[in-house]
Design a protein around this ligand. Sequence first.
Ligand code: PGA
Length: 240
Amino acid sequence: MYFIANWKMFGGLNSLNSLHKVIKFFKTFKKNRFAKIIYCPPSTLIRPMTKKLKLTSIEVGAQNCHEQESYGAFTGSINPSMLKSVGAKYVIIGHSENRAAGETNKIINLKIKTALKSNLSIIFCIGETLNEKRKKITKKILTKQIQLGLSKIRDKKKIIIAYEPVWSIGTGLIPKSNELSEIINFIKKKNRNSKILYGGSVNSKNISELKSINNIDGFLIGGASQDPKKFIDIIKKTYN
Ligand code: PGA
């Protein structure tokens, strides 16, 4: 199971102190289980976090990247090889917060291709809005996001897909178990080699319900991942 922490635009150098608890917990916990933790902090923390996690099996990823492979005049942007050079092994691409800010499926596709060239693994986010859910076009939207986002990408081994319904992110709402299981299966059928995660308001209370959906390969966790106690609780309960 994957546990990916998406810190979004939260955290300074002092936030790295919270990692100690997680490092200590994970050292003994992971012995008999396949569990993978990946932290995706703001870019400013990638380097110091990588150093802090050096002797552990916890990995680090970025939250977005630019689609151009080489350096360029793009104020405020960072390309995948720059992320790689400071220790990132993964990058989140297509998060709904960036889609809402104008990131199109086409740009997402370019970003994924460039990041793969730089040898990063991808956490590719897809999900429908509340309006799309109400219109009952969730599957149509997901199909389009997958088709366009992964267009002309043959080797999908390094792509993890995170299904994150937009209406569940940061709202405390999660999909009904049977509906979520059906959607995960639907995505799996289209992407047989990819791990499929769920994201959106995952917390230490609803994890018991979520973990019983047995086709989910892990979770992308926002808010709850910033608190080491909550994050550890989620991991523990997933295996209980
Ligand atoms: P949340 O965020 O867990 O705070 O809902 C998840 C995400 O946006 O990846």
